[in-house]
Design a protein around this ligand. Structure first.
Ligand SMILES: *[C@@H]1O[C@H](CO)[C@@H](O)[C@H](O)[C@H]1NC(C)=O
Length: 497
C-alpha cells in the first residue's frame, strides 16, 4: 500500500455506489496540470462511472467507461517561446510579473471556437451529473458548467490558493501569514515581507477581477447568449476545490471544508527501472545524484558557465550522476555522468541508492522527493519553485541554490555538504513519514469528495455563508479584499461622509 489506507467500509461503499456521468474539460497543455487530475479521472472510470474527458494528452487506447476527446491540436496554451532557463528566470522571478505570468498560457475564445471537440460540446444534448475542470488560471471552461447547469469541482495544480481562488471559496487568506505563491515567502514573514505579500495579494485580486474575469465573461455571453449566468456567480458555486498540497510539507494555512488537499495524488507505486539506468544506479558504490530541471525548462538551455559549474562539480565527486539533458551531446562530461533526454523520475527517486535530487523545485518533482525521503538541492526559476525549495530547506531536508550564485565552488560545496552530512537524509526521511501518514490516500480522498458532491447535489451546505454575501456585507479577510471582491461595476461605499 502506498499511503496508509484504512476503511474497509469505504470499499464496501464503493461496491454499492451508483454509477454517474462525469464530464471533465482539462485542455491546458502542461503535463504538470494534467498529472494532478488524470489519476482521479482514471479511477472514477475504474469504479464504474462513465467518464468523458477533453484533454490534450490522449492515451490512444481503449479504457472501459472512459471516453477521451483529443484537444492537442487546438491547444493554444503552450508557454510562448521563452523556454530557456535564463529567459524565464529574468522574466518571471519578479513576484508581480510571476503572478500575471500565470495568464501567459491561459486561454481565449478562439481556443473554443476553433477547437471542434470543445465547440461541439457546447451543442451537446448529453446529460452529466458532474463537471470537473482546472481552475488554475482559465475559468473560461466554466461555461460548460453554465451550459449543462450541473455541480462542478475544480482543481489547481499549485499548492497554494491564488487570491482569486481563495476569494471565490471565501477561504481566509490573511496576507500577514498566508504567503502568496510567487513571493517565495513562508508563513512566518518579516514585516517587509508581509507588506510585499499584501501588495502581491491585492495586485493579483485586482488583476484577475478587472482583466481576466471580465475577458472570460464576454466569451461566456458570446457563446451561451446574453441570458447566460455571469461567471462571477458561477465561480462562487464551486462545490469543491482540490488543492495540490499537504500540510506536512507546505506552510500550514486555514482551509474551509470546500477546499480539499490532495497533494501527492500523482504518485503511483514505483515501476521497474529501464535496465541500463538500474544497472548504473546499482553499481554506484557511493550513491547517485539525479539532476533534472523539469519538463518546461530544458537543461541544455543553461548558459555555458553555469553548465560548466555543474560539470566541474560532478567531476570532483565519487557519486554517479543521472542528468536529464535534452541535447545529444554534453561536451566535457566526466565518466561518472550519464545523460538521457527522458528519465523515469518517480522511479529513479524510489531507488535507495539515490542520495540527492538537484531540481528546479517544481511541485510534482519536489513532492516525489518528499515522498521518497530524498534530500533536494533546489535552484528555483519561477512561479512556486522558490516557495517549494524554501519549504524543503526549512524542514532541513535540502538547500536552496540561487540561480545567480551558481559557480563551481558553490555547487561543489553544496553537493558535498548535503551528501556527507547525514542530517539532510534523516530530515528528509522524517518529512516523508509525515507526508505519508494520512487517514486516506490523496486519490481516495479525491474520489470520496467527487462522489460526495454528486450524492449531495453539489453539497451547497459545505459552503461558508460568506460566499453568498455581497461585497458590501463581507467583512473581508481583515478588510483587505472586500473592495476587490466586488465586480468592477460596483463602486465601494463612501466611508467618509
Ligand atoms: C539491481 O539490484 C537489485 C537489488 O539487488 C536487483 O534485484 C536487480 O536485479 C539489479 N538490477 C540490475 C539491472 O542489475
Amino acid at each position: 500500500m502506498i499511503f496508509r489506507v484504512g476503511a474497509a467500509f469505504y470499499l464496501i461503499n464503493l461496491i454499492f455506489a451508483e454509477a454517474y456521468n462525469i464530464l471533465a474539460v482539462v485542455p491546458l497543455s502542461a503535463k504538470s496540470h494534467y498529472a494532478v487530475v488524470d489519476p482521479l479521472l482514471m479511477r472514477l472510470a475504474e469504479l464504474g462511472h462513465d467518464v468523458t474527458v477533453y484533454d490534450p494528452f490522449p492515451k490512444n487506447k481503449k479504457i472501459p467507461r472512459y471516453t477521451e476527446h483529443d484537444t492537442s491540436h487546438c491547444s493554444v496554451s503552450e508557454i510562448p517561446v521563452i523556454l530557456s532557463i535564463e529567459n524565464l528566470f529574468s522574466l518571471l522571478r519578479n513576484m508581480y510579473l510571476g503572478i500575471t505570468g500565470m495568464f501567459l498560457y491561459s486561454v481565449d475564445e478562439k481556443m473554443i471556437m476553433e477547437c471542434t471537440p470543445l465547440y461541439e460540446l457546447l451543442n451537446s444534448t448529453k446529460k452529466f451529473d458532474l463537471f470537473i475542470t482546472s481552475s488554475f488560471n482559465a475559468d473560461i471552461f466554466l461555461i460548460y458548467a453554465n451550459k449543462f447547469k450541473i455541480p462542478f469541482i475544480t482543481y489547481t495544480s499549485a499548492n497554494k490558493l491564488f487570491p482569486w481562488l481563495a476569494d471565490r471559496m471565501q477561504n481566509p487568506q490573511n496576507p500577514s501569514y498566508v504567503p502568496e505563491l510567487t513571493t517565495g515567502f513562508l508563513s512566518n514573514m518579516t514585516f517587509v515581507e508581509r507588506v510585499k505579500n499584501t501588495s502581491v495579494y491585492l495586485f493579483a485580486l485586482f488583476y484577475y477581477n478587472f482583466f481576466v474575469l471580465t475577458k472570460y465573461e464576454k466569451v461566456n455571453k458570446h457563446l451561451l447568449g446574453a441570458s447566460a449566468k455571469p461567471l462571477y456567480d458561477t465561480i462562487r458555486n464551486t462545490s469543491i476545490l482540490f488543492l495540490n498540497s499537504h500540510n506536512s510539507f507546505s506552510s500550514v494555512v486555514p482551509l474551509v471544508p470546500t477546499v480539499v488537499e490532495i497533494g501527492g495524488i500523482h504518485i503511483k507505486s514505483p515501476a521497474a527501472l529501464p535496465k541500463d539506468i538500474e544497472k548504473f544506479i546499482n553499481e554506484s558504490k557511493h550513491g547517485v545524484i539525479y539532476f533534472c530541471m523539469g519538463s518546461l525548462l530544458r537543461g541544455d538551455t543553461f548558459p555555458e558557465e553555469k553548465r560548466d559549474a555543474f560539470l566541474y562539480a560532478f567531476s570532483q565527486i565519487s557519486q554517479r550522476v543521472l542528468w536529464k539533458w535534452e541535447g545529444d551531446l554534453l561536451p566535457g562530461k566526466s565518466d561518472n555522468v550519464m545523460i538521457a533526454k527522458w528519465m523515469p523520475q518517480r522511479d529513479i527517486l524510489a531507488h535507495p541508492n539515490v542520495k540527492l535530487f538537484i531540481s528546479h523545485g517544481g511541485l510534482l518533482g519536489t513532492t516525489e522527493a518528499v515522498y521518497e525521503g530524498v534530500p533536494i538541492l533546489g535552484i528555483p526559476i519561477f512561479g512556486d519553485q522558490r516557495t517549494n525549495v524554501r519549504a524543503i530547506e526549512s524542514n532541513g531536508a535540502g538547500e536552496l541554490l540561487d540561480y545567480n550564485d551558481i559557480t563551481k565552488e558553490v555547487v561543489l560545496e553544496k553537493i558535498q555538504r548535503i551528501i556527507n552530512d547525514p542530517k539532510y537524509r534523516e530530515n528528509a526521511k522524517q518529512l516523508s513519514d509525515r507526508y505519508r501518514d494520512r487517514p486516506m490516500s490523496p486519490l481516495d480522498t479525491a474520489v470520496y469528495w467527487t462522489e460526495y458532491v454528486i450524492r449531495h447535489k453539489g453539497a451547497p451546505h459545505l459552503k461558508t455563508a460568506a460566499v453568498d454575501l455581497s461585497c458590501v456585507e463581507v467583512d473581508g479577510n481583515g478588510g483587505t479584499s472586500s473592495i476587490l471582491q466586488s465586480y468592477p461595476s460596483q463602486p465601494p461605499e463612501d466611508q467618509e461622509s
